[in-house]
Write a protein that binds this ligand. Sequence first.
Ligand code: JHZ
Length: 408
Amino acid sequence: MKITECAASGSTDLRVFLDLGVTPLADALVRPEDLDAPEDRFPLQVAFCPESALVQITESVPAEKLFVDNYLYFSSFSDHLLKHSREHALGLIESRGLGPDSLVVELASNDGYLLKNFVEEGIPVLGIDPAPDQAAAANEIGVPTLAEFFGVPLAEKLVGEGRRADVIIANNVMAHVPDLNSFVGGMKILLADDGIITVENPYVRDLIRHVEFDTIYHEHFYYYSCTSVHRLMRRHDMWLNHVEYFPDLHGGTLRWHIGHHQNQSETVLGYLAEEHEAGMDTFAYYEEFGHRVEAVKTGLLDLLGGLRAEGKRIAAYGAAAKGATLVNYVGIGTDLVEYVVDRNVHKQGLHMPGTHQPIRDVSALLEDQPDYVLLLAWNFKNEIMAQQAEYLARGGRFIVPVPTPEVV
Ligand code: JHZ
């Protein structure tokens, strides 16, 4: 369904600056028996709203289709993310003085990868995640999880049962909700008066700077700056009070600390001033982005096509959602890249959406020793290259697609 109003402000002044064509859903991996069946495809355009400063896509795919029917993302397959999450949890336990009387709620708690750290310390938690297999995996490891979508109705139900959160954690989910104001309104209702919300999401500044266009897909409705988060929280009578930056996480991630009361650190004022100076609150900042994306497409097709013409064999690493955007937008079929490897066992045996490369276990790289590996999960470059030391030692090479395609 076409979106014509800003999800935050309701303004109809949505200015489109990028068109990635009509693409299949990034996590809709294809079963071998369905390879001949037609796949669902949806337009993928990105727009800026001058009123809210929010960057957003203009197509809404039903959330059940995105996160219940077609969702094989399990957070626990990255060691880097597990370490980051553990540090986050331990930091909160200490700074907030959490104990057996506290309640930590995580929205999009996935397989329990983060909340398990609180459980180990005897701190009560509640996970909320509509993805059924992930919620079941969390419950299995002792992280109580509701397999539901979060918004005002669920928040009211929980508060009606006497539950209020001292901490709400929302990592990589505030971009994933069709009804943004219900999601944020729900957090406002569920949060205890002196509680804290921490929200993590990739930073739209880094997306633009490093041409991370492949992180744009239908699951990601929004691409945040501090300005858009600040305006969104004010709309819900909450305050953005502190900002942290993690340059190595998902291509550049911000963590926003939010509360009912104003207690802003200099980080907030610093980011807001910097973003205003850079023009991130205006359409002009985003307007030229499409040309830079096209340059990556041309560069990558030239590089891969040239290698294939020399008779080189190319595989890819990471059946990531961003990988699906990349291969589909650029047009990388099995003639250029033969197969994709991924250590998520739930993805192995399936095929990439649209382009249909088979997804194999990571061990295929050493068994087969392709000449080049296109690193679709470029956000885990260090982790993956370290893991693939043997493949590299035997002469294999990685190709990193963004910001400029290059052999490393
Ligand atoms: P990865 C997901 O995006 C989906 P994706 C989601 N929409 C979101 O917001 C972001 O995450 C944050 C594999 N892998 O994490 C695992 C290895 O095989 O970049 C994954 O399939 N070996 C919720 O899908 C893929 O690569 C490894 O060593 O773009 C990476 O996907 C590592 C580290 C990962 O997210």
